[in-house]
Every structure is written in C-alpha cells, then in structure tokens.
Design a protein around this ligand. Structure first.
Ligand code: FMN
Length: 204
C-alpha cells in the first residue's frame, strides 16, 4: 500500500513537513507493508495554477509530472497543512486545483492540521468543504489537529519509543490505521465500471 503525504507549508523545515515525516515513518511501523512518500511544497515547488496548466506548459510539466506519478500510484493521500491566519496553507489549496484527471479520485484523504499554538480547527473545516469536488478525493471522517507542536512532537516520539501512554500518540496510530482501512475498502470502489469521467468529470 502506497501512501503519499503532501506537506503543505511554503516554509523550508516547516512543522508541517516535520509532521508529515513523523506520521509517514509511524505509518510504516503500524501498518506492515505500507510504503510512504513525503512531498513537500515548500519554496514554491508548485507554481500557482494558471490557464497553461493543462496545455501542458514546460514549467508545469517539470513541477507537476513527478508529483502526479506519485499520486497515481498512491492508495491514500495525507494532506498536512499549517494554520495560517486561520486558513489552510495556500500551497496546499493550489495543489488541490491540479489533480482533476482522476489521479486521486475515490482514494481516501486524511487532513492533518499543524499549529504551534492552539489553532488547527479552521483548516480542517476549510478543507472538508473544498478541494474534493473535481479531484474526487474522499476525506475520511477522522482528522488530526496537532497543536503546540514544539512540545507535542518530542512527547509523541518519546511515547512511541518507550511505549508510554500518550493520548495524541494513540490517536495518531488509530487514525493512520483507519486511513489504510479506507484505502483497502475504496480500492473496490475504483474498480467499478460505473464511474463516468467522460461525461461527469467534475463533482456538483
Ligand atoms: C503567516 C503565518 C500565520 C499564522 N497564523 C496562525 C494561525 O492563525 N493560527 C495558528 O494556530 N498558528 C498560526 N501560525 C503559526 C503556525 O501554527 C506555525 O507556523 C506552525 O509551525 C505551522 O506552520 P509551518 O508548517 O509553516 O511550520 C502562523 C504562522 C505564519 C507564518
């Protein structure tokens, strides 16, 4: 099972990327056979979508094609976003404009929001109502809000290392396993012959 993690911060060495790497490593531990890849959108890795995206223009081919290939091979997608000014990260929203050719359609998506403070709820709400209409990505009901990550990440890593009980560490494990259960279930959905992208490429 392949799971792609999109780290949606613009910043190099961001906490979103750190969260993505932490969760990706943990997924490979709790789900035997899982293979993960982390794609960070820092430093303008993906140009802002423009009308030449679909032509396709050279700048988008270079930036998008490797990511697209990973998405096509994925069984599930994890979108990790910072909370910035109460919003999901713009790089992640830009990313969600692009996979509209069935690359992530009817695959489960997990939202992970990251905050150094008490934020994180707003990006979950924002993403749950957007980003899936034309990509057909299926957000699973469970999400993760990782708060006070400066203290949380070391505590979670320590809990995993020494087997100590930690509520967020347990919640992360549970949610990652749920994601892979949805991945197995939705594989059946993607095999149905009733999906008609030629007439109904976009939702709603
Ligand atoms: C422009 C900007 C706006 C931010 N706004 C919020 C916010 O609204 N709520 C919040 O909890 N944290 C906010 N933060 C702090 C982030 O939680 C923090 O940067 C965290 O590490 C996630 O971003 P990162 O993935 O880029 O590291 C903001 C940070 C930046 C740079």
């Amino acid at each position: 099972m392949n799971v792609v993690f999109i780290a949606g911060s613009h910043r190099a060495n961001s906490n979103s990327e750190r969260a993505a790497r932490l969760l990706a490593g943990r997924l490979e531990t709790v789900v035997p056979g899982a293979v993960t890849e982390v794609i960070s959108l820092h430093d303008d890795r993906l140009p802002f979508w423009n009308s030449d995206f679909g032509e396709p223009s050279p700048r988008f081919v270079a930036a998008w094609k490797p990511i697209e290939a990973s998405l096509i091979a994925a069984d599930a997608v994890v979108c990790v976003t910072p909370e910035w000014a109460g919003m999901a990260g713009p790089a992640l929203k830009n990313f969600l404009l692009m996979p509209t050719k069935g690359q992530i359609a009817h695959k489960p998506g997990l939202i992970v929001a990251v905050s150094t403070g008490t934020g994180g709820a707003y990006p979950v709400a924002e993403l749950k109502m957007s980003g899936t209409k034309n990509s057909h990505l299926c957000w699973i009901p469970d999400s993760l809000v990782l708060r006070h990550v400066g203290e949380l990440f070391p505590a979670v890593e320590a809990a995993w290392a020494n087997g100590a009980d930690h509520d967020v560490a347990r919640r992360i494990d549970f949610t990652l396993v749920m994601l892979t259960e949805y991945a197995a279930a939705l594989a059946t959905m993607r095999k149905t012959s009733r999906i008609d992208y030629s007439h109904f490429p976009n939702g709603l």
